[in-house]
Design a protein. Structure first.
Length: 245
């Protein structure tokens, strides 16, 4: 009998008519628990893992809809740990975000960590209307500290990010890191690092480029006021410093 978990969580944000943002839909599912926190006019939501995972075979999804004029900040209480499951099947984590005109979304979770023997497939689709604003951070860490300390290999993370602005694509990229991925640890990929990530900004000033000596690049995307800061680092702490404006 399969022990895989299938869960779908949803967040809808809209103006509350008093200068703030209401959350008419805040629905967790399975291991995805959602908690509202207070702070300013923007609505703030923390994603909390209600159980271990994702485990191999799990299929998890989070859909966020930010309506015109609303502002939403989403973070997480802890890192997401990808763990192996029965049969060696990959887990799936699907994110689908829609941000309307004059709306704003900040997606700033803690890192995704690939434990030994795990495989996680992440698919993120972001649809932005003209005038929508976005901060999107994604951080990937290969291996837990105690995995690396005992010489065990990390898990594998495959992530695809697709962004459309005002009906046209401005970014479509895929990363594939960890054992089994082609040349994942070579000089053209991680180059010995164990943490990788990026910060996507739309409708905001571009983040500063980290000082010389760091493996980071700032790209201007074909959309309006859209930039992508990509960085590599030896660990999660140093990666976060590079991706914090």
């Amino acid at each position: 009998m399969s022990t895989a978990v299938v869960a779908d969580a949803r967040i809808t944000a809209r103006p509350d008519g008093r200068g703030g943002t209401a959350l008419p839909v805040l629905a967790g599912g399975g291991p995805i628990a959602l908690r509202r926190t207070r702070g300013g006019g923007a609505a703030r939501v923390t994603v909390i893992g209600a159980m271990a995972g994702p485990l191999g075979g799990d299929r998890l999804a989070l859909r966020i809809d930010v309506r015109p004029g609303a502002a939403l900040h989403v973070g997480s209480a802890a890192a997401t740990i990808s763990l192996p499951g029965p049969g060696g099947r990959p887990a799936r984590w699907d994110l689908d975000f829609t941000v309307a005109e004059d709306a704003e979304l900040h997606w700033l979770p803690e890192p995704v960590v690939a434990a030994t023997g795990s495989r996680l497939l992440t698919r993120t689709r972001i649809t932005l209307a003209a005038g929508a604003r976005l901060h999107y951070r994604e951080e990937q860490v290969l291996g837990r500290h105690h995995d690396l300390a005992r010489g065990a290999p990390p898990g594998r993370l495959t992530s695809r990010l697709t962004v459309r602005q005002a009906g046209r694509p401005i970014l479509d990229q895929q990363t594939d890191l960890g054992p089994g991925a082609p040349a994942w640890d070579g000089p053209a990929s991680l180059g010995g690092h164990r943490a990788a990530g990026h910060l996507l900004t739309v409708g905001h000033p571009a983040p500063p480029l980290p000082p010389p000596g760091h493996d980071a690049a700032l790209l201007t995307l074909p959309g309006t006021d859209a930039t992508l800061l990509t960085a590599l680092a030896p660990d999660a702490l140093r990666l976060r410093r590079l991706l914090t404006p």
